[in-house]
Design a protein around this ligand. Structure first.
Ligand code: FES
Length: 106
């Protein structure tokens, strides 16, 4: 699955990761700065907050209650495109997705 991260300074990182990897894992395993993933992917820390390209919004899994609650604790401003990266598993539907990373997670 192809995924592109764009950080707050505009730096792009293009990766190819196995299907089933979460957005948070893709970033953390490949050293992409801007995602911390402190809780290891349990929707408990909000340090994997990211903004998903609007075109992909209809293809994303719906937001869980935990995710919604945690997003309120995210440091960076939350908007319509905000999701927790650990709650989104990359499937072939999401191939080519672009994910924007906030300036700070803490
Ligand atoms: Fe902690 Fe996603 S890694 S909420």
């Amino acid at each position: 699955i192809q995924i592109t991260f764009i950080d707050h300074s505009g730096k792009e990182t293009r990766l190819s990761v196995p299907e089933g990897t979460s957005i948070m894992q893709a970033a953390v395993q490949n050293g992409v700065e801007g995602v911390i993933g402190e809780c290891g992917g349990s929707a408990m820390c909000a340090t994997c907050h990211c903004h998903i390209e609007a075109d992909f919004a209809p293809k994303l899994p719906p937001m869980g209650d935990m995710e919604e609650a945690m997003l309120e604790c995210a440091t960076a401003p939350v908007d319509d495109r905000s999701r927790l990266g650990c709650q989104i598993e990359l499937t072939s539907d999401l191939d080519g997705i672009t994910v924007y990373l906030p300036e700070s997670q803490v």
